[in-house]
Design a protein around this ligand. Structure first.
Ligand code: ADP
Ligand code: MG
Length: 210
């Protein structure tokens, strides 16, 4: 795994495509147990990243993560804007002077997810994006420590992301807007868990192709 920032324009486009292709479904998920704006917030952030993706490709990974985080923070809005922003800003700090290889990325991503937990005062099992992010991060760390081949780890990450997203369906929500609904939230997948899964799968597919 070399410095992947030159793949960022490709990754941003792949992410935009998967979010646009599933926009209606995500809007419905957030409308069912939130206020319906999650996909619009995310699309706004991704449009901003897309317009600067050539610039991102010139940066080292730490600088690129910082620019991505600040951009998502200032353009997205919603709970997810500050949480996805926090993810990347924390990854920027963790990746400074760190080698951009698979094990390094797994550690950097774990730091980012840890910061999202702190920022949202949330953990696994609360029906949020963390139900996708935490198991994916744990799986990547474990695969990196066990020297699992990068391609296998990417396929594992996809499967873990899908299982994590699906796990939110029958959960009670204890964080975010959905927590106001009590038992009525049961039976609906969390929108942020779904978009996190879609983005992780798009990134993995992109890297598997290159
Ligand atoms: P808002 O809830 O402010 O309208 P969005 O609709 O953009 O923001 O994002 C909602 C998503 O944010 C939820 O589906 C959930 O995944 C995530 N979320 C909300 N609150 C938290 C939290 N405290 N911790 C982690 N994720 C959260
Ligand atoms: Mg919302």
């Amino acid at each position: 795994m070399s410095d992947y920032t030159n793949s960022l324009p490709l990754l941003v486009t792949a992410i935009q495509n998967t979010i646009n292709d599933n926009a209606e479904e995500v809007a419905q998920l957030d409308a069912a147990i939130g206020d319906g704006d999650h996909v619009i917030n995310l699309q706004r952030g991704l449009d901003a990243l897309s317009s600067m993706s050539d610039e991102l490709a010139q940066m080292d990974w730490s600088a690129a993560f910082m620019k991505i985080g600040m951009t998502l923070m200032s353009t997205m809005g919603g709970a997810s804007g500050s949480l996805f922003g926090t993810l990347f800003i924390s990854m920027a700090k963790a990746s400074k002077d760190k080698q951009c290889d698979f094990a390094g990325f797994a550690e950097v991503f774990a730091q980012g997810v840890e910061s999202v937990k702190q920022r949202g005062k949330a953990d696994i099992g609360e029906k949020t994006m963390l139900d996708t992010l935490i198991p994916v991060s744990a799986g990547l760390l474990s695969d990196a420590h066990n020297d699992v081949a990068f391609d296998s780890a990417l396929n594992n990450a996809k499967a873990v992301a899908i299982a994590g997203m699906q796990s939110t369906k029958n959960m009670l929500a204890t964080k975010g807007r959905a927590s106001f609904l009590g038992e009525r939230a049961i039976g609906h997948i969390d929108a942020g868990a779904r978009t996190s899964q879609l983005m992780i799968c798009a990134i993995a597919d992109c890297l598997l192709d290159t």
